[in-house]
Design a protein around this ligand. Structure first.
Ligand SMILES: Cc1ncc(COP(=O)(O)O)c(C=O)c1O
Length: 380
């Protein structure tokens, strides 16, 4: 038996309905969407539109046309950041960002001379919203924050940050990679202008899916231009959504699978999913504390984090433990910096990284028990 505890990287297993939907589409339809006018292509259009509607309603958004599909959240974040920022602009971000945001900003700093203010979170991994307001400048053109850290799990005060952004009329972009599908998100209530999501983590959909929800009128220049299936004689990118930002053949089978995943989440109830994961996190924190020589990072409070726990075992390299867990115990966890180097500055682990478990909806207490037993045995 193998135990998968790397759901923060990608969720596994997926609901059966998701795999079935992908398979059925590939075997029984297989046509592109937004391209043909024959019946199967129309069906494909309909299924894609249904996923736009499912995604929109999950986040309490009422304009499915402004749900833009991309291949993952990295592409979605690049699209929003590069589509908004211009030469000489200023951007405010957090010290918990994944490289999907951070490398994008650093590249623009080099290429078009943007300036970046990184707001340091405290040692527990929380941002003080006062620091954001104090750093707003005349040329601040974007605030981009991850909703939940992929190293510490800490949940940021998105609604309050969004309120500040609204007051200063600055676009507010949220990286919901670790939160969408497990934390209830309401783009209106939470003052989110642009929500970036990835389909394959807590949304339980296939890899190769993700996107943006554009809850604002700020202009976003397209990241790519090309065929959209319509307006073909027009020589420029159309200026209406979703075609303005969605170019090239979509991952139709993946998006249909994502639609089924969102239905699965709605049927289970996102609160029930969140509660189950929260209970597993509480259980895991409690059990992990008993492991010899363990140092757990972050607030160690299941109400304050998503299902991500980082830790180290004193005097043993994280990679070594992850290797033994995999090879001797069939337990899959992640070791390293998790593509978020500045989060490690906060907890002093930039040189050594951490072991990270990402608990998912399909994990059970027994998985944690087996992990804890293995961690103790490894040290004997
Ligand atoms: C907070 C955060 N942002 C962005 C990403 C990138 O996700 P993807 O590889 O799906 O683009 C991840 C994935 O680990 C993440 O945890």
């Amino acid at each position: 038996m193998s135990i998968y505890l790397d759901n923060a990287a990608t969720s596994y297993p997926k609901p059966r309905e998701v795999a079935d939907a992908v398979y059925n589409f590939m075997v029984n339809n297989g046509t592109s969407s937004g391209r043909g006018s024959y019946q199967k292509a129309m069906e494909s259009d309909f299924l894609i539109y249904n996923t736009r509607k499912e995604i929109a309603s999950l986040f309490n958004f009422n304009d499915p046309k402004k749900v833009i599909f991309t291949s993952n959240i990295t592409e979605a974040l690049n699209m929003a950041i590069k589509g908004i920022l211009k030469r000489g602009d200023h951007v405010i971000t957090s010290s918990l960002e994944h490289n999907a945001v951070w490398r994008c900003l650093k590249t623009l700093e080099k290429e078009i001379n943007i300036s970046i203010t990184k707001i340091d979170a405290n040692k527990e991994g929380y941002t003080n919203i006062k620091d954001i307001e104090e750093n707003i400048k005349d040329n601040t053109s974007l605030i981009v924050f991850t909703q939940a850290s992929n190293v510490l799990g800490t949940i940021q005060p998105i609604k309050d940050i969004g309120a500040i952004a609204r007051r200063y009329k600055i676009p507010f972009l949220v990286d919901a990679a670790q939160s969408a599908g497990v934390l209830p998100i309401d783009v209106k209530e939470d003052n989110i202008d642009i929500l970036a999501f990835t389909g394959h983590k807590s949304l339980l959909g296939p890899m190769g899916t993700g996107g943006l929800l554009i809850n604002c009128e700020y202009n976003i220049e397209p990241l790519k231009v090309g065929g959209t299936g319509g307006d073909s004689a027009y020589e420029y990118q159309p200026n209406y959504y979703p075609n303005k930002l969605e170019t090239g053949t979509l991952n139709v089978s993946g998006i249909i699978g994502l639609g089924e995943a969102v239905k699965f989440i709605k049927n289970k109830g996102i609160i029930n999913i969140h509660n189950k994961e929260k209970e597993l996190v509480r259980y895991a924190l409690d059990k992990l504390k008993s492991v010899n020589n363990i140092q757990i990072y972050g607030p160690q409070d299941s109400d304050k984090i998503v299902s991500v726990i980082s830790f180290n075992i004193k005097n043993t390299m994280a990679e070594e433990i992850a290797y033994t867990l995999d090879n001797k115990y069939n337990i899959m966890v992640r070791a390293g910096l998790h593509c978020a180097p500045s989060a490690h500055d906060l907890i002093g682990t930039k040189d050594i990284g951490t072991l990270r478990i990402g608990i998912g909806y399909f994990n059970e207490r027994e998985d944690i028990d087996i992990l804890v037993r293995a961690l103790n045995e490894i040290q004997i």
